[in-house]
Design a protein around this ligand. Structure first.
Ligand code: PMP
Length: 389
């Protein structure tokens, strides 16, 4: 355990000295954390053995569902958005302030947990097509939840616009000194900065400075942009290959490949889809966000992953590695394998396990079960995924 990268310890902002790695003072234990927010960051980087063996590369995954408040990388983002708002005086603990956010779930869960810990209330607006586990969890965390029908971003009732409006209404109609704060994860730079400050430095230190490729999907784009920025700009890993992992139906793939934003279905001339046509939750989007654009120039390539490949990967990871992954983690792993196949043997490919399968029992994992993959004869990984070397 490295004490130098505790979240928001100022020393975490300094380049991490690799020599530090040798120093294991006071044993291998984590020191006492001050509250649940002290359990954010410092997640393990694991080698996924079966994927490494199948590709001849070293596939490493940052286990972000081990973040302690909301069990996803969004803990880092929620904490950073709250801290930056506090520094600007936009949020004051125990004043009755409410944090409003539009989210497909993960960010809302982190905000709801941290709001309780840090003296705020949470009001979450989310689309009604997301798994029930996530909205149930938000209720249990004491957040106010508004589930709204899927709508285009131009509609005032899109979940993000609704959250923005609710925050404004709160502040305008407040009879006391309390304020509404719209966290705005899609456009706020506090999002990708959380990964520049913490996830990027952790990956660099844990991989001992040797990363040949970084592969991740994008919802807001904060993870991809923040980590790419840290590794390529702050650490000058100019040869690092940054690859977007994009689920079917998302427009980001074409944004990276061709500089334009259209989804696969639009290409075929069908009506414009606001909803990304995939079973995967959390990544894939059909609009441009500031967090994605912040790092777009640093993204070298994109891999498109079908729902079937994601389901097969999820099943594979359980069977071979005992890893129970969520849907976006499965997409990331498929794209990591595809990327590894294009690199020299022995290359190091880093990706993200964002949330765990427990958050996807009623939708993604139900679908995996319905595909009957358990009964299928065991094939090698590349045949299973339909990827040829
Ligand atoms: N995986 C999951 C499960 C998510 O909820 C999200 C965020 N919506 C992501 C991945 C993508 O993260 P980012 O917003 O940083 O692109």
């Amino acid at each position: 355990f490295r004490r130098s990268s505790i979240f928001f310890d100022q020393s975490a902002l300094e380049p991490v000295e690799l020599e530090d790695h040798e120093e294991e003072d006071e044993g291998d234990y984590r020191p006492v954390a001050d509250g649940i927010e002290g359990c954010i960051g410092n997640t393990p980087l694991i080698k996924i053995r079966s994927l490494s063996e199948a590709t001849g590369c070293i596939i490493l995954a940052k286990v972000e569902f081990l973040n302690g408040a909301g069990q996803s990388p969004k803990d880092r983002v929620a904490l950073n958005m709250i801290r930056e708002a506090e520094e600007k005086g936009l949020l004051v603990p125990h004043r009755g302030d409410t944090i409003y956010e539009g989210t497909v779930g993960s960010t809302g869960i982190s905000i709801a947990a941290l709001a309780r810990a840090l003296g705020y209330k949470a009001h979450i607006c989310m689309p009604d097509d997301q798994s029930k586990e996530k909205s149930d969890l938000l209720h249990h965390l004491g957040a106010t939840v508004e589930r709204v029908p899927v709508a285009p971003i131009t509609s005032p009732d899109h979940f993000v616009n609704l959250a923005r409006r609710r925050a404004k209404e709160h502040t305008e109609s407040s009879a006391d000194s309390s304020r509404g704060f719209f966290a705005d994860q899609f456009e706020s730079e506090a999002n990708f900065r959380a990964h520049v400050k913490t996830t990027g430095p952790e990956i660099y230190a844990q991989a001992e400075g040797r990363v040949d490729a970084f592969v991740a999907g994008a919802g807001t784009g904060g993870t991809l942009s923040g980590i790419a920025k840290y590794l390529k700009e702050d650490r000058s890993l100019s040869k690092l290959r940054v690859v977007l992992a994009d689920p079917q139906g998302s427009g980001l793939y074409n944004r990276v490949k061709h500089g334009v934003m259209y989804s696969s279905t639009e290409r075929e001339g069908t009506r414009r889809r606001t909803q990304v046509d995939t079973i995967v939750e959390g990544i894939g989007i059909n609009r441009i966000t500031d967090n994605f654009e912040a790092g777009r120039e640093l993204v070298d390539d994109a891999a498109r992953v079908t729902d079937e490949q994601a389901c097969r990967m999820a099943r594979w990871l359980v069977e071979n590695d005992g890893i129970f992954a969520g849907s976006s983690s499965a997409v990331n792993c498929v794209a990591a394998v595809a990327t590894a196949l294009s690199l020299p043997k022995g290359s190091r490919v880093v990706t993200i396990l964002a949330d765990s399968g427990t958050r996807h029992l009623s939708k993604f994992w139900k679908h995996v079960a319905e595909m009957g993959l358990e009964e299928e004869e065991h094939q090698d990984l590349l045949t299973t995924l339909g990827l040829q070397q």
